[in-house]
Every structure is written in structure tokens, then in C-alpha cells.
Design a protein. Structure first.
Lengths: 333, 552
């Protein structure tokens, strides 16, 4: 089953929410729509779900045009941030609701609900009402409810954002496992790059209603195409060409990037050489398993990351080394 | 589970037809039962005696000294009632929400009593206390004339008090404790805090309550009919023109003129209410009053003094209905319950029937309209919202008069409704449309949109979504709207007084007739029966809400 978005545009009044968005995804992929708030990722998910209509562009699933089909006839599963369980139904009734609407036989519904309850390990809570469940449990029920109808597409709208850190990590693993087991094409909206890196087969990174870059988590992290993606996917040092030419000319050896491109170097790719000179440690932050250093170099500041505890203290004079293969030239926008 | 485009489109249309019906049926009802009758009032007001269209009726009314006396009386009475009820309402609301006083729930219950009784009960209670044969009149030997300004002022004040306490209470509840803590640390005295923080914070709530009281008072008929005596006001003026002199067109003129102050007061109320309740911060820390002896003792005494009035009036009406001969023989008897009024207790059962119909029709129309409005674009929903606010600005007597013009006309098809319990029920639904509408919309706004969206994605059609998701979620609101319509219909007088016939009549009219005929104790007996039913309904509502809440 392949989902294809062709040049989707959506306006809210005078504000462009989506500006010519196109991409394709196919089962059993897990795709994350990633970006800061207001980038259009939730709008895009709602368009895919059929909860709103694009102003122009087409939406195809398995070659069939979905644009005019209302949400209830698309046969998708959806999970929202706010759980959104039906408060008047038990856990089992919530999970079985989609099947009931489709007129499935009660015995079949019961069987399917039983399987899913086992899968999310909540069989003992089948007759409880949503308000008697914790946030994590509610979200697992919501997930089971969404997949109960064998959806052609599973849509997740920031499903982990309302949960506290520990439950979030737990459920993150469960979502990935469930998705792999069922092999459903899944599209998840998130603003958390760590979540996207961990869950996604492919990330669609969005900015101002447009796609900034599409790629695997590795591609987006190590080979960002523009300054926005470089910045959004973790911490990066962005150096303009004049500075590079003066202080680290070897990075320009063999490549001629366009004039406006800047060098993107990840903090963990910078090597500190205590035996050399030319740079000075200004600040040291201890982050548990990592140390993050602010180093004055080339008239600016570099962020450098070392594994474990560092022996360097502020004021220490050091040298730094950046290898050319760790340098990515990115466009300024 | 592969869905093809063809059936999808068909089912899509079912949703649209359903939502279309949800919109068209209530709007058609408003057009037939609100807009059309009001238009006839206007038409009749400009229909001259010679049958031509013109302003002669207006000139005749505006030249009549009696009209101006009634207008001045109405304005003076409404202003005086507004000031008195605001002051008393503030005392009770402040005591309940900002002080540590004993029996808070009882206080609220006491001032809410007038909502459970026909508006004539306040008047009856005062007559039992201070009338010519009042117990206090006899005890003190004083010649007090309770019929007139003062009696009407007290009765109107009591009638408006529940609304005042409700609105001012809501404004007082929306307080942020941190502001008061900051003032406390700055060394501000309790009194200064009240003047500098509390009053400015609730000023729009006070304004909103003030305009509501003004509207309720200027449009009230029941109190004026029982205890107004010779103090003529606009509402009684309409009644006298129509019933006394059979001068329908002049009644229509007074009705149209009465619309001016009510529409203005109602508009100002909406503006004030939005300023007060428009933006309530979620992050506010709730204020929990600390026991402050000097403040709390004074407030306890003051609040209970205010609350005593409605208790005494209601209790004395109930007691009076069981007493052999007020105020001479106090042995208990049931003889007043054998009422000597046309139809006996038939109107009581008719009223219950009307109230149930009003509850069902009202709840159904308001709910479906609300559903439809949620699916409309903002630009289309806004004018409908505005139209739904209008009925509250129309005095009951004007609406009742409008219904005679609109429906008591044998050549029109709507004539079949005239003289039926259904028409009285519909009249009540229209009369109380706005309050029911606002409650419904508040309830609908509380349904999380993602709940609907989830159900849609799971494949639920609009009717199914309504049944499985929205109705269960909204049940407490729907129960409240039903009982609101029921209870108001049980006790209302002004709108239905022109619509009753020999066979279809309501309790308020029977009570008024008994009182007019001098059978005050029988009127009290009738009123007691009515209150018993309304109290039972109120308990039933509480029980239903409790059950719904317990189910989760």
C-alpha cells in the first residue's frame, strides 16, 4: 500500500499552512513528520486523515484518489495526544468500537479485542472505564482501538507528548514493536527530534509549511541539506566560508561549495588536542554521560562534545582538529 | 475492507442531509414561532382602527398620561429592584464564595427558592405577612399598605435574587488567590482589598447581573398582578389594554415600546458578560477563604437575614395553605385544597404535560441546532448565534400577545395549534430559548473535538457519532436543559396568560384567578401543589446528574 501526496496546499485565511507538499511512503514504513510548532505537520496529518480538505493537490492511496473521500470512509486508524477514549465506554468497548460500526459479529469483536488486549498487556483492565486508567494505559488502549480495524494507514498525532518521560520512553518502544509486527504504514507527527530519530524509517522534516528535507534519520543527522535541518536535528556548529578558509582551510580541499553555504560540524566530531594550541576552553558543562565544552576558536565559539568526564577546565589552552569527512556544506535556508 | 468511491459518496450525503435537517428544523421553528409572531405584533401596532396602516395607535398611546405614568413606574421600579437585589445578591454571594460562613449550600438553596415557585408566590407570602389580614399587620396593629410600590419592590427583589447570586457568585469564583496573597504581603487591609481588588474584578459581573435583574423586573407580570395594587406598570398596562378593554392593537403598541428598554438592557448584559467571563485563566490558584472573625460574623448575619426573606415567604405560603382561617384560626386543615376555580386541578396536570412537552421539544431543538452550528463555518454560525440570543430580550407578555395574533386566526393553517397544550409548550420553549441555547452551547464546547474525529476515522456516521459519543458525553447538559425547560414551564405566567383557554389552562393562571377572587388560602394551596412538583423535578434532576456523574 503506497501513500502519495502530490503538491498539497492549504491556507488558513491569509496564512499558508502547507505550501506544495509532496512525498510518497509505502508499507511497512514508519514515517515521522518532524518540525517545530506551526510548521504544518499536524495540518498535513489531518489532511491525510480526511479531517480537513486541501485547497489544492492530490492524495493517493494505492493509486486511488482519496481527496474527496470523508474520514469515515478512509479506513484509517488515528491516535491523538489527548488519548480521546470514549469516556462512556469500557476499555473493551473502546477497542471494539470500530469493528462494531463495521457490523462485525459480536463473537469476532470479542476475539479481536481479546487479542489486542493481550498485545498491549491490559487484559485485566478490559471492563474498566477510561478515567480509571493511567495516561500510559489510556494511550495503549487508544493505539489498540486504532489498529483493531486493520487500518490501511495508522496516523499518530504526537501520541507521546502528554506522557511523562519514563512512560514516554516505554511506550515509544511498544509503538515501534507493534508497528513492526503489524506492518502497517504509519505516519506520526512529532516535534521531538529524538523521538523521530528513534522511531522513524524515514523523517519528513518540515518548516513553514514546506518540506525542508526527507530522508532516513542517519541522512538527516549526518547530511543535513540546509541550516534549518542541521539546527533542528541536534546541536551543530555552523561556520561560514571565510572563517573556514582562514582557520581550517583543509575542509575546503577538493570541494567548492556555493558561496552562501556554511559548514556544519557536529560537536562530537570535533577532536580536542591538549598538545596543540590556538583555542581556549571557556565553559565546561557536565551532562552525566557526556561533557559539553564551549571553546573559543577562530574568533567565535565552538560547541564540542566529549564522552564521559573531561579533565579540561575553563581557561585551558588547547588545539582542535576537524576532519574533512565530518564536514557537511549546507545551504543557509 | 476496501471502500470504493461510489458508496462513499452516498454515505457522505447521508451525513449532509442529517446535518442539514439539524439546522433547518430548529431554524424553521424559530421562524414560525418567534419571528413570525413578533412580526404580527409589529403589524398590529401600526394597524389603525380604520384598518389603515399608520402611527395613530402610537400617537394615541404616547398622548395618554396613563402610559407615561406606567412607563415611569416601570423604570423606577426596575431601577429600585436592581439596586436592592444587587446589594442583597452581593452580600449573599460574597458570604458564600469569599467568607467562611456556616450553611453555604443552605444559603444558596434558600435564595434559589423563588426559582421553584410561580412568581405569584412572593406576592402571596407578603400578603400573608403584611396584607390587610397579614399576620404581622394583625400583631402590630399597624396600617401597612403592602399593595403598591413597596410590596412590589420586595416581591420583585426576591424574584431576581437567585439570578443575582448566581452571576455575582460566578464572577467572585474566578479569583486568583495569588493576587490577594501579594496584597496581603504589601500590607493591604481586608477592606482595602475588597475595594481595590475584588470590586474592580467583578464589576462586569455586577453590571451583567444588574441588566438581567432590570430585564426580569421590567417584564415581570405575576408579582405586579398579585401585589402591585394601583401601582400601574407597563406589563399590567398591556394586560389591561388587551384583557380589560379588548384593545389588542394598543396592547401591541405598548408591547413594542416595552421592547426598547429590554433589548437595550439585554444587549448591555451580553457586552458586560463577555467582558467578565470572556477570558478566564486556567492557571489561577483558587482562593480558599481563611476564617476572619470580624468579617465572617458580620457576613453570616447579613447573608442569613437576606436568605430569611425567601424562606419566610415560601414557608408562610405553604403553612397558610394548611391553616383553617388566616390569621384567626390556626388549626390545620386540608379544606383549602378543595379549590373553587374553574377546572379544579386539571390545569395542574395540563401544566405538567405542557412542561414535559416543552422539555422534550426544547432540548431536542436546541441540541440539534447546536450540532449543526458546530459544522457551520464561523461566518454562518455567528448570525444564528445572534438570532438565538434575541428571545431573551422579548418580554413574556409581548410574546404571548404575539401568539394570539399569529395563531388565533382561523384562516391560517397554524390555527390548528391554537388552544392546544403543544402551542403553550412551544411558547415556553421560545420564551426560554436563549438560556437553554447558551447552556447547550457551553456543553457542546466541552466535548473534545478529537473524540469526534476519532469516531469519524473509525467510520462512524453523523447520526451514529451523535448516539454513541456526543449524547453520552453531553447527557448532563441535556438533562439540565430538559429540567430547566420543565421547571420554567411549570411556573411561568407572563407568556402563557393570553394563550390559556377554558380547557387548556396552567397553574399560574389558576393561582392568579383564585387570588383575584379573594381565595388567598386556596391560591396558596394551589401554589404549594405546584412547588411540590417543581421540587420533585429538581430532586429528580439532581439524582439523574449524580447517577450520570457516578457512571463516569
Amino acid at each position: 500500500m503506497q501513500l502519495e501526496l502530490q503538491n498539497i496546499t492549504k491556507m488558513f485565511g491569509n496564512v499558508v499552512a502547507l505550501d506544495g507538499v509532496s512525498f510518497t511512503a509505502a508499507a511497512p514504513e514508519f514515517v515521522c513528520l518532524l518540525g517545530p510548532s506551526g510548521c504544518g505537520k499536524t495540518t498535513l496529518l489531518r489532511l491525510i486523515a480526511g479531517l480537513s480538505q486541501p485547497d489544492s493537490g492530490r492524495l493517493l492511496l494505492g493509486g486511488e484518489d482519496l481527496t474527496r473521500i470523508p474520514a469515515r470512509n478512509r479506513g484509517f486508524g488515528i491516535v491523538f495526544q489527548a488519548y480521546s477514549l470514549f469516556p462512556n465506554m469500557t476499555v473493551a468497548a473502546n477497542i471494539g468500537y470500530g469493528l462494531k460500526i463495521r457490523g462485525a459479529a459480536p463473537a469476532n469483536i470479542k476475539k479481536r479485542v481479546g487479542e489486542l488486549l493481550d498485545l498491549i498487556r491490559l487484559s485485566h483492565l478490559a471492563d474498566r472505564y477510561p478515567y480509571q486508567l493511567s495516561g500510559g494505559q489510556q494511550q495503549r488502549v487508544a493505539l489498540a482501538r486504532a489498529v483493531a480495524v486493520d487500518p490501511k494507514l495508522l496516523l499518530l498525532d504526537e501520541p507521546l507528548s502528554a506522557l511523562d518521560a519514563k512512560v514516554r520512553t516505554e511506550l515509544r518502544g511498544e509503538i515501534r514493536e507493534l508497528q513492526k509486527r503489524l506492518g502497517i504504514l504509519t505516519i506520526m507527527v512529532t516535534h521531538d527530534q529524538e523521538e523521530a530519530l528513534m522511531l522513524a524509517d524515514r523523517i519528513v522534516c518540515m518548516q513553514h509549511g514546506r518540506i525542508a528535507q526527507v530522508g532516513t534519520p542517519d541522512e538527516l543527522y549526518t547530511r543535513p541539506q540546509n541550516r534549518f535541518v542541521a539546527d533542528f536535528m541536534g546541536v551543530s556548529n555552523l561556520l561560514d566560508q571565510a572563517l573556514v578558509r582562514e582557520w581550517a582551510a583543509h575542509l575546503l580541499g577538493g570541494v567548492t561549495p556555493p558561496d552562501d553555504h556554511v559548514a556544519c560540524i557536529r560537536p562530537e566530531d570535533i577532536v580536542i588536542r591538549p598538545d596543540l594550541r590556538g583555542a581556549r576552553v571557556r565553559e565546561v558543562q557536565f551532562l552525566g554521560n557526556l561533557s559539553r565544552l564551549q571553546i573559543e576558536w577562530g574568533g567565535g565559539m565552538l560547541v564540542v562534545q566529549e564522552t564521559g568526564r573531561t579533565t579540561l577546565t575553563p581557561g585551558a589552552e588547547v588545539g582542535i582538529h576537524i576532519s574533512a569527512e565530518n564536514c557537511t556544506w549546507v545551504s543557509p535556508q | 475492507m476496501s471502500s470504493t468511491a461510489a458508496p462513499a459518496r452516498r454515505e457522505f450525503d447521508i451525513d449532509r442531509i442529517f446535518l442539514g435537517l439539524c439546522l433547518v428544523v430548529p431554524l424553521a421553528a424559530l421562524a414560525i414561532f418567534f419571528a413570525y409572531p413578533l412580526a404580527t405584533v409589529f403589524l398590529r401596532s401600526i394597524t389603525q382602527q380604520d384598518g389603515n396602516i399608520g402611527v395613530a395607535n402610537y400617537i394615541q398611546i404616547l398622548n395618554a398620561p396613563s402610559f407615561w405614568r406606567a412607563t415611569i413606574n416601570s423604570l423606577v421600579m426596575s431601577l429600585a429592584t436592581t439596586i436592592a437585589a444587587l446589594a442583597c445578591g452581593l452580600v449573599v454571594a460574597y458570604a458564600v464564595h469569599r467568607c467562611r460562613v456556616p450553611g453555604r449550600a443552605l444559603l444558596i438553596g434558600a435564595v434559589s427558592l423563588p426559582l421553584l415557585a410561580p412568581s405569584l408566590v412572593q406576592g402571596l407570602g407578603l400578603i400573608f405577612l403584611l396584607g390587610r389580614n397579614g399576620i404581622l399587620t394583625k400583631a402590630t396593629g399597624l396600617e401597612i399598605n403592602i399593595y403598591g410600590f413597596w410590596g412590589l419592590l420586595i416581591a420583585n427583589g426576591l424574584y431576581a435574587l437567585p439570578q443575582a447570586v448566581l452571576i455575582i457568585g460566578a464572577a467572585l469564583r474566578a479569583a486568583d488567590a495569588r493576587i490577594y496573597e501579594a496584597a496581603e504581603i504589601l500590607g493591604t487591609s481586608g477592606f482595602r482589598q475588597f475595594i481595590d481588588i475584588t470590586l474592580p474584578n467583578i464589576k462586569f459581573g455586577l453590571l451583567s447581573a444588574g441588566f438581567i435583574i432590570f430585564t426580569v423586573t421590567i417584564t415581570d407580570f405575576g408579582n405586579a398582578a398579585t401585589i402591585g395594587g394601583d401601582y400601574a406598570i407597563l406589563a399590567t398596562e398591556i394586560y389591561n389594554q388587551v384583557v380589560g378593554q379588548m384593545n389588542f392593537n394598543l396592547g401591541a403598541v405598548v408591547g413594542i415600546l416595552l421592547l426598547f428598554p429590554t433589548v437595550i438592557a439585554f444587549y448591555l448584559e451580553r457586552v458586560a458578560s463577555q467582558r467578565q467571563f470572556g477570558s478566564v485563566s486556567d492557571s489561577a490558584v483558587p482562593l480558599v477563604p481563611v476564617f476572619t472573625p470580624r468579617r465572617d460574623v458580620v457576613m453570616t448575619v447579613a447573608a442569613w437575614l437576606v436568605a430569611l426573606l425567601p424562606i419566610v415567604t415560601v414557608v408562610i405560603v405553604v403553612y397558610g395553605s394548611f391553616v383553617w382561617l388566616w390569621p384567626y384560626r390556626f388549626d390545620l386543615t386540608l379544606r383549602h385544597y378543595a379549590v373553587k376555580v374553574a377546572g379544579g386541578y386539571d390545569p395542574l396536570w395540563t401544566t405538567v404535560q405542557i412542561s414535559v412537552i416543552a422539555g422534550v421539544i426544547g432540548t431536542a431543538l436546541l441540541f440539534t441546532l447546536g450540532i449543526a452550528m458546530q459544522h457551520l463555518p464561523r461566518a454562518a454560525a455567528k448570525p444564528i448565534y445572534f438570532i438565538c440570543l434575541l428571545p431573551a430580550a422579548v418580554p413574556g407578555l409581548v410574546l404571548g400577545l404575539a401568539y394570539i395574533f399569529a395563531f388565533n386566526n382561523p384562516i391560517l393553517p397554524v390555527y390548528v395549534l391554537y388552544g392546544t397544550a403543544t402551542l403553550l409548550a412551544i411558547c415556553n420553549v421560545t420564551h426560554y430559548w436563549t438560556q437553554g441555547f447558551l447552556t447547550t452551547m457551553t456543553g457542546l464546547r466541552q466535548v473534545p473535538p478529537t473524540l469526534e474525529e476519532t469516531a469519524s476515522c473509525l467510520g462512524a456516521s453523523q447520526p451514529r457519532l451523535l448516539r454513541d459519543v456526543i449524547v453520552p458525553y453531553m447527557a448532563p447538559t441535556l438533562v439540565s436543559v430538559f429540567f430547566f425547560m420543565f421547571m420554567r414551564s411549570m411556573v411561568t405566567l407572563s407568556a402563557v396568560i393570553f394563550l390559556v383557554t377554558a380547557s387548556v389552562s396552567v397553574v399560574s393562571v389558576s393561582i392568579m384567578r383564585l387570588d383575584e377572587a379573594g381565595f388567598t388560602s386556596q391560591a396558596a394551596a394551589y401554589a404549594t401543589c405546584t412547588m411540590a412538583i417543581v421540587v420533585a423535578a429538581s430532586l429528580l434532576m439532581r439524582a439523574s446528574l449524580w447517577l450520570l456523574k457516578r457512571k463516569g
